[in-house]
Design a protein around this ligand. Structure first.
Ligand code: NDP
Length: 312
């Protein structure tokens, strides 16, 4: 007989680990399935400068390692596997993993995060890992003295572009409008960097070239006039936002058009009692490590109260 767990947590970013810390301290003996990127998106970021408590900043992977240790310290059972399906049709819920384990759980906390979006160009996919990347921290090192392009005008784009100047000869940001969405501090840091140039009102419409087996250039198109130009480039970094990792729950759990899970306002509870959502998979507005951790805490407290009500 499969043991029935009180709480199972999907995901291991700030939301998942915080939920685990709170659930473990409330004696819910949580099981946490970390997914295929233990630690989540922060493991592929650089310095985290805005998480309270770290006045000198902290490296993303180091911070997530500390979150994990803290979750484990209170007895969280951590499995470095993916949750591949959830059966919500009967209670307890059944969760199956990528290594064919089956867990039964009374409550489920979903904190599956979000993943970088690509532009959807055919050659972009073909040249992934051959000059196309969505992670400057992971791949920047390979672009020493090269000319690279970063698409996007958000905080991520500014951060990635600034980081890439450590290695690249020149970094060009391709921004589709005539202004950037990024916060003032990030934008100014990028705009004041002499190695960064901004190409306003342009889109990347093709990646060249597949026959060379690596990125050699880009086709850029003016957003308004449609005028095209080809430029030489050795790297293309995507920083055009993220998509929530919620495919597993389509048709079962409430979500918006983009796929962000829709919780009861002001809570983490989902449309199925006993299911809670925390972090970037349900947050299209703030998407910060600290807000993810906050909602992870909320989810654990709500799960604890739900279980109390069930068993009282
Ligand atoms: P955002 O959604 O904020 O920005 C996405 C950017 O990509 C926008 O400039 C957008 O343009 C552009 N874009 C979207 N789709 C396309 C496309 N198809 N072609 C070209 N450009 C496109 O995402 P981020 O990842 O930058 O940031 C997400 C969240 O994380 C934000 O809340 C941000 O503040 C936060 N963050 C904070 C950091 C920090 O404080 N250290 C670091 C990184 C992120 P447009 O504006 O025209 O829509």
């Amino acid at each position: 007989m499969t043991e029935i767990r009180k709480t199972l947590i999907l995901g291991s970013g700030p939301a998942g680990y915080t939920a685990a810390i709170y659930a473990a301290r409330a004696n819910l003996e949580p099981v946490l399935l970390s997914g295929d990127q233990p630690g989540g998106q922060l493991t592929i970021t650089n310095d985290v400068e805005n998480y309270p408590g770290f006045p000198d900043g902290v490296m993303g992977p180091e911070m997530m390692d500390a979150f994990r240790k803290q979750a484990a310290r209170f007895g969280t059972e951590i499995h470095d596997v993916m949750g591949t399906s959830v059966d919500f049709s009967s209670r307890p819920f059944t969760v199956t993993t990528s290594d064919d384990q089956v867990f039964k759980t009374e409550t489920l906390i979903i904190s599956t995060g979000a993943t970088a979006i690509y532009l959807g160009l055919e050659n972009e996919t073909k040249l992934q890992g051959r000059g196309v990347s969505a992670c400057a921290t992971c791949d920047g090192f390979f672009f020493k003295n090269k000319d690279v392009y970063v698409v996007g005008g958000g905080d991520t784009a500014c951060e990635e572009a600034t980081f890439l100047t450590k290695y690249a000869n020149k970094v060009t940001m391709v921004v589709r409008r005539n202004e950037m969405r990024a916060s003032k501090i990030m934008r100014e840091r990028a705009l004041n960097n002499s190695k960064i140039e901004v190409l306003w009102e342009h889109n990347v419409t093709d990646v060249l070239d597949v026959s060379a087996g690596k990125v050699t250039g880009l086709e850029l198109t003016h957003s308004k006039t449609g005028v095209k130009q080809t430029v030489e480039a050795q790297g293309l970094f995507l920083a055009v936002g993220h998509k929530p990792n919620t495919k597993l729950f389509e048709g079962v759990l409430d979500m918006d058009d983009v796929g962000y899970l829709t919780t009861v306002p002001g809570k983490t509870a989902m449309n199925i009692p006993g299911v809670f959502a925390a972090g970037d998979c349900q947050d299209s507005i703030y998407r910060q490590a600290v807000t993810a951790a906050g909602t992870g805490c909320m989810a654990a407290i709500e799960a604890e109260r739900f279980l109390e009500d069930q068993h009282s």
